[in-house]
Design a protein around this ligand. Structure first.
Ligand code: NAD
Ligand code: TYD
Length: 349
């Protein structure tokens, strides 16, 4: 039985990956290593926590003695590395935690694998990254796997740095690695500091929806389950040393996306059409705000036969339904640490 370590498995994308791996691979022992920062939440995994092939390990990837003990106690065959600080706005106010977790933490994991994996046959270190490492596009063009790195926020710079280190360990030490760079995800379990769940939260509570600048920045949105399927596929069939871009071919200006979401919420909440749109509030732009991200995912489509399965509107409706059906989840994550972070950043909303 193979043992697979998934880092950041209590977070948004990680919880969908853990669930998929636990359910689809009863022949694999899945270890979920997570520090449970504000973004990690074991409620995301209630339904699978007693599965025989699943265990949770509370720990921090910046803690080297902890990692040495973990790799000493378990024969780990593969790592799917998602643990990270993931929010651009937080990286602007507190870059050091991004340097520590995203760069130093990744190197610690690479070292643990390098020292442990004397025989690399059947081993794989899979690093999950973002399209933000490629920088910002103008109105034309798409990011390919060959696009030069040009990260522009502390978050994307920390992810770019970790990507380079993963590739360096492949070239220098022969560590078997694979990487993927994905566009913006949305769906259930996303912490309500990112645009879509924040807007759902605020619409529900009739609070202002903050839109940065003029709302003209463009993102390519992918439903989280589709990303998790791509990760499962790359982990089993990806070519070591290779990078795969993952995207939704689904570009939206922020303001158009928010208007679409407002329409869906008005219907779901039985509000008069146009009620939620009145909450849209243009606020000061994010510092260094990247204009546009868009992914060319032809490599994964052609080589691994992956495609997004959901239309955006259907994915948004599913997402809204999930948040409306899980008010306790929202209540739990929006109390405590989240509240103090937001009141410090923006005052009460
Ligand atoms: P998230 O913030 O929801 O979850 C991150 C998880 O990592 C949390 O459970 C947190 O507790 C854990 N973690 C943080 N620091 C840790 C540490 N030092 N040790 C152990 N665990 C720690 O993030 P997400 O949105 O699910 O993103 C997961 C990964 O996917 C990240 O690497 C991110 O860069 C990448 N990614 C995210 C998106 C997106 O749209 N969210 C898109 C592309 C790539
Ligand atoms: P976000 O969800 O933070 O993801 P990322 O910055 O990694 O792309 O933001 C998505 C887009 O929405 C981005 O252009 C910034 C914008 N945005 C707002 O306009 N208002 C907000 O309150 C937030 C959080 C984001």
């Amino acid at each position: 039985m193979k043992t697979i370590l998934i880092t950041g498995g209590a977070g948004f994308i990680g919880s969908h990956v853990v669930r998929k791996m636990v359910k689809n691979h009863p022949d694999m022992q899945i270890l979920n290593l997570d520090q449970l920062t504000y973004a990690g939440n074991l409620e995301n995994l209630f339904d699978i926590e007693s599965s025989p092939n699943y265990s949770f390990i509370h720990g921090d990837i910046t803690d080297i003695p902890f990692l040495e003990k973990l790799f000493g106690e378990h024969e780990i065959d593969g790592v799917i590395h998602l643990a990270a600080e993931s929010h651009v706005d937080r990286s602007i106010t507190d870059p050091m935690s991004f340097i520590n977790t995203n760069i130093v933490g990744t190197v610690n994991l690479l070292n643990a694998c390098r020292h442990k994996w004397k025989d690399v046959e059947g081993k794989l270190f899979y690093h999950i990254s973002t399209d933000e490492v490629y920088g910002s596009l103008g109105s034309e063009g798409l990011f390919t796997e060959e696009t030069a790195y040009d990260p522009r926020s502390p978050y994307s710079a920390s992810k770019a740095s970790s990507d380079h280190l993963v590739r360096a360990y492949h070239h220098t030490y022969g560590l078997p690695v694979v990487l993927s760079n994905c566009s913006n995800n949305y769906g259930p379990n996303q912490f309500p500091e990112k645009l879509i769940p924040l807007a759902i939260h605020n619409i529900l509570h009739m609070k202002p929806i903050p839109v940065y600048g003029k709302g003209e920045n463009v993102r390519d949105w992918l439903y989280v389950e589709d990303h998790a399927s791509a990760i499962e596929l790359i982990f089993s069939k990806g070519v070591p040393g290779r990078t795969y871009n993952i995207g939704g071919l689904n570009e939206w200006k922020n303001i158009d996306l928010i208007r679409l979401l407002c329409g869906i919420m008005d219907e779901k909440l039985d509000r008069v059409a146009g009620t939620s749109e009145k909450l849209i509030t243009f606020v000061k732009d994010r510092a260094g705000h990247d204009l546009r991200y868009a992914i060319d995912s032809s490599r994964i489509e052609e080589e691994l036969r992956w495609k997004p399965s959901l239309q955006f509107e259907e994915g948004l409706v599913r997402t809204v339904d999930w948040y409306l059906k899980n008010p306790e989840w929202m209540e739990n994550v929006t109390s405590g640490a989240y509240q103090s972070y937001y009141s410090k950043q923006y005052g009460e909303r």
